[in-house]
Design a protein around this ligand. Sequence first.
Ligand code: 13P
Length: 237
Amino acid sequence: MIIASNFKTNHTRKATREFVEFINNFLKDTNDKHQIRVYPSFTALDVFDTVTAMKVGAQNFYPVDKGSFTGEVGYEQLEEFGVDSVLVGHSERRHILGERQEILLKKFHFAKEKNLEIIYCIGEPQEVREAGIEAVMNYLWEQLEGIDLAYERLVVAYEPVWAIGTGLTASLEDIQETHARLRERVEAPILYGGSVKVENIYEVLSVKNCDGVLVGTASWEKESFCKMIELAQTLKA
Ligand code: 13P
């Protein structure tokens, strides 16, 4: 399982360091069987000394080694901090920052060339969900078009847009059905994201074909994230 925390635009350098140290100490003391990921903001990236199961990654990057792209961060800047895992296609980048499939494909292929772990996020808006599962799947397959599903460091995160940051979690039936349909073509681990919290993580992780979670809001408090890891540890294999 992969248990990941997306900080989005939260936490200072100091708070990030405290968070990473807190989780790392917890993992040192337990025999954790899961992969833990933390995606802080760029300003808080650093070389963190963590247990092997934990990686601190990047929420974004521009698909170049370096160059003239004001305000962007290239691979050379990620490499400096040993970043080995990146998010691509998060719904906030698609819908708020206006990233289209073309740039997302560039990012995917660039990260693949660098052999990075890629958490590639997909998810449908509310009106598509309301139109039913076939509409949802058409939408998701379009978002996966051009992605090399055989890439061995690919992780897919299914995050319905309407469930992100809203407190609304998709029903377990919807998660199960969507993951099962994705599984027809996706061999990579499939994570669920969208209002996952301490109260529902166990049920979400118990869904068939759910290989982990990508958590925003509820993971920003280190104690809660730790609790979620703890609950994941109690899952039957
Ligand atoms: P929330 O957990 O706040 O709904 O965010 C989910 C998400 O976008 C993780 O990437």
